[in-house]
Every structure is written in structure tokens, then in C-alpha cells.
Design a protein around this ligand. Structure first.
Ligand SMILES: NC(=O)c1ccc[n+]([C@@H]2O[C@H](COP(=O)([O-])OP(=O)(O)OC[C@H]3O[C@@H](n4cnc5c(N)ncnc54)[C@H](O)[C@@H]3O)[C@@H](O)[C@H]2O)c1
Ligand SMILES: [Zn+2]
Length: 369
């Protein structure tokens, strides 16, 4: 097992990464002197069928009482991040609490469950502890770390939210074995991003082994998850509340990526990871055009690596105009000015504001399939 510490003074916590560590979840909680004995486990049916038993067993064996909150069945997983589901959760929580128990929450699931659970934990009684047990690659390397919590509104995604750190993050890589294939690629897009923004050696591992090579090798997978988590942790430590402009580097590929997701109306055409794969290539092109790209071999290495993870290099199914319009509305643009994270060399990026429209347009045109 490996461990990464997120150092945030009294809010510091560990991210534990290892195969099969869920079995020992309770003993890690005990080591943290976790005093609360009643766990409300928040999860989804797709996850519960495979993994809820092992978690409950571990907790019960060590004297924790457990209850389950299952999000309602729905076509899209994202619909669990709604005020209605949140309300049901908080009422369940209050009912447990009302019996005189000191409750904590456990998020057993992907980013959707993590965001919902973190939000509920942050507001109930002005904050109760929660533990992240991420079950997707995206959640293990990204959403379970850093304390951003969120709910969606009909007007837009993630409009309600808080920043509230978990007490512990348990990344059991074995949980990923039941993950549908497309979700693996989705998560790997974020891992590739970490290589580009801060870890040339991580990129080299990805480049060498590809998707199959990594997911079929337990120790390599553990290493890749751990290095990714460490990069996210470092960034979060420097800018916990996303106020200092440091966390922005995590948005490499996300400006054009979000535009692609918005222009295709968050349909199933592109997963988030697929959209940011194209977004990272758009960022490379802009970087080259603005003279920021020092390592000119980087875009080709990125293309080859994306292919090894079954990620797309070109988009189709939406117009250039709709993409440009969506970039104008991107939340990462401040006061109407756009902001792009651009690769400089492997492991190094820069942030550029006010990229001229024609440069963006040209870069997007090059990626049209
Ligand atoms: N808080 C943050 O910092 C942050 C960062 C990135 C993304 N997010 C949020 O995360 C969400 C996306 O998260 P995601 O990509 O993990 O998707 P997700 O949570 O929707 O999970 C994807 C699907 O896989 C299923 N699933 C999860 N784990 C499984 C497993 N081990 N086996 C089988 N099926 C499994 C889920 O039930 C779901 O249907 C978005 O809402 C996004 O806004 C938050
Ligand atoms: Zn992302």
C-alpha cells in the first residue's frame, strides 16, 4: 500500500492507495482515532452490487454500525447530484442522528457520489466527517481529492458547492476491476493530463505501457494512481480554496473540453475524458501558435499516447461556431476574458489569458474530424 498526505494544517488527511485495502477500511479509520461509530454509506446500485458488502463487513467487524443510502435508480448517474436526492440523503442522515448516534458519511462510488456526499457532509450540522472510497479511476485520481463538493441545478452543473475536505481517502484499485471499459479511458485522460502538467516520468510510464498494460498490472496501476493523486494533492495544498490561481493548472484541456461537452449538450457522445483529450490537443496547438511550446515533439507524443488509451484525437457532431460560443461561456474565463492552460514542455505548463479568437478558431479547426 502507498500513501499520499494532503497537508492542510488541521484539515490534513491521507490518501491510501492499494489493491484490496477496502477489507481493512475500519482499521484505517481506527488509526485516525475516528470516534464516530455510525457510518451512513452513500452509494449507487451499480457500485453496491459489487462492493458494498466488503465495506460493510470491514466496518461491522470493528464495531461500527452501518446503514446504506442508495441513490434512486436513474438513467444518468449525474442525476444523483440533484437537490432532491440531496434532500433525501440529509433526511436519512438526520433520522440516524436523531437516534442519538454520532454519524459520519462514507462516499462509495464515483465522482457523482463523492460530490453529493461531500456536499451533504459539509452542511449538515455545519459539517460532519466524511470518508471518500472512490470506485472510478476519475474519482481515485481526481474528484475524491481536494474537497470540492457539488450539486447540479436545472440551470447548470455544479452550481451549488462547498470546499470541504474528507477525513480520509481510500483508493482500492481492485474496485476498478468492475468498471466499464469506457470509464477507464475516461479516467486515464486525467492521468495523462497530470503527466503533462507536472510529471514527465508519469507520462513516460503511460506512453510505454498503454491502457491494457497498466490496468492488467496491479503494482503499475497502484503507482499510476498514487503519482496522479500526489500531483493533485500538491496543487490543492498550494490553493485549497481555488483563490490563488494555482488550481487552474488542473484545467489543462478543460476549456475546449468543456466547450465540446456543452456543445454536444452533455450527451453520451463524449465522456468528460474524451472531451479533454481533444481539449489537450487544442491547447498544444494554441501553445505552438503563440510560441509557448518549447518541446515541439510533445503534441505527437500526446497523440500517440491518447490513442493507446482509446481516446479520440478529433471531434465531430458539433459545429465550430457552437464550440466558440461555448468557450465564451466557459467558467474559467474571468470577466469575459478567456484563460488557457498551455503545455510548454513535458511536465510544465503556462497560463495565458486573452488568447485571440482566431487562434482558438484555427486550433479547433485542426481538430475537426
Ligand atoms: N469534486 C471534484 O473535484 C470533481 C473533479 C472531477 C469530476 N467531478 C465530478 O465527478 C462526476 C463524474 O465522476 P465519475 O467520472 O466518477 O462518474 P460517476 O460517478 O457518474 O460514475 C460513472 C458510472 O460508473 C458506475 N460505477 C462507479 N464505480 C463503479 C465500479 N467500480 N464498478 C462498476 N460501476 C461503477 C457509476 O454508478 C456510474 O454509473 C461529475 O459529476 C463531475 O462533475 C468532481
Ligand atoms: Zn476533468
Amino acid at each position: 500500500m502507498k500513501s499520499v498526505r494532503v497537508s492542510l494544517r488541521e484539515k490534513s488527511y491521507e490518501i491510501l492507495v492499494g489493491r484490496g485495502i477496502l477489507r481493512d477500511a475500519a482499521s484505517y479509520l481506527k488509526k485516525k482515532n475516528f470516534e464516530r461509530r455510525h457510518a451512513l454509506i452513500v452509494t449507487q446500485k451499480e457500485v453496491a452490487v459489487h462492493h458494498e458488502g466488503a465495506l460493510r463487513q470491514s466496518l461491522s467487524r470493528h464495531g461500527f454500525e452501518t446503514r446504506l443510502f442508495l441513490t434512486p435508480n436513474a438513467k444518468s448517474s449525474e442525476s444523483a447530484k440533484s437537490p432532491a436526492v440531496y434532500w433525501r440523503l440529509i433526511r436519512d442522515l438526520a433520522a440516524c442522528d436523531g437516534e442519538g448516534k454520532s454519524v459520519f458519511l462514507v462516499a462509495l462510488g464515483g465522482g457523482v457520489i463523492g460530490d453529493l456526499t461531500g456536499f451533504a457532509a459539509s452542511v449538515y450540522r455545519r459539517g460532519i466527517p466524511y470518508v471518500q472510497v472512490p470506485t472510478t479511476l476519475t474519482a481515485q485520481v481526481d474528484s475524491a481529492i481536494g474537497g470540492k463538493t457539488a450539486l447540479d441545478l436545472p440551470e447548470g452543473k455544479n452550481l451549488l458547492g462547498t470546499i470541504y475536505q474528507p477525513a480520509l481517502v481510500l483508493c482500492d484499485t481492485q474496485l476498478l476491476s468492475t468498471l466499464p471499459d469506457r470509464h477507464w479511458s475516461d479516467g486515464f485522460a486525467e492521468v495523462i493530463k497530470y503527466g503533462l502538467i507536472g510529471d514527465a516520468a508519469l507520462f513516460a510510464i503511460l506512453e510505454k505501457h498503454g491502457k491494457e498494460g497498466i490496468r492488467s498490472d496491479a503494482s503499475l496501476l497502484e503507482k499510476v494512481v498514487c503519482r496522479s493523486a500526489a500531483i493533485k494533492a500538491k496543487v490543492v495544498e498550494k490553493d485549497e480554496f481555488d483563490k490563488k490561481g494555482v488550481r487552474i493548472v488542473l484545467n489543462l484541456g478543460h476549456t475546449a473540453g468543456h466547450a465540446l461537452e456543452a456543445a454536444t449538450r452533455f450527451s453520451n457522445r463524449y465522456t468528460h475524458g474524451e472531451a479533454i483529450a481533444i481539449g489537450m490537443l487544442v491547447a498544444c496547438q494554441i501553445s505552438r501558435r503563440l510560441g509557448c511550446l518549447k518541446d515541439t515533439a510533445l503534441p505527437e507524443r500526446l497523440e500517440k499516447t491518447l490513442l493507446k488509451f482509446e481516446l479520440p484525437l478529433f471531434y465531430k457532431g458539433c459545429s465550430l461556431e457552437s464550440l466558440l460560443k461555448a468557450i465564451g461561456y466557459d467558467k474559467k474565463s474571468v470577466g469575459g476574458r478567456n484563460r488557457f492552460v498551455l503545455p510548454v514542455s513535458m511536465g510544465r505548463v503556462t497560463v495565458v489569458r486573452d488568447v485571440p479568437d482566431e487562434v482558438i478558431k484555427e486550433a479547433l479547426e485542426k481538430r475537426r474530424g
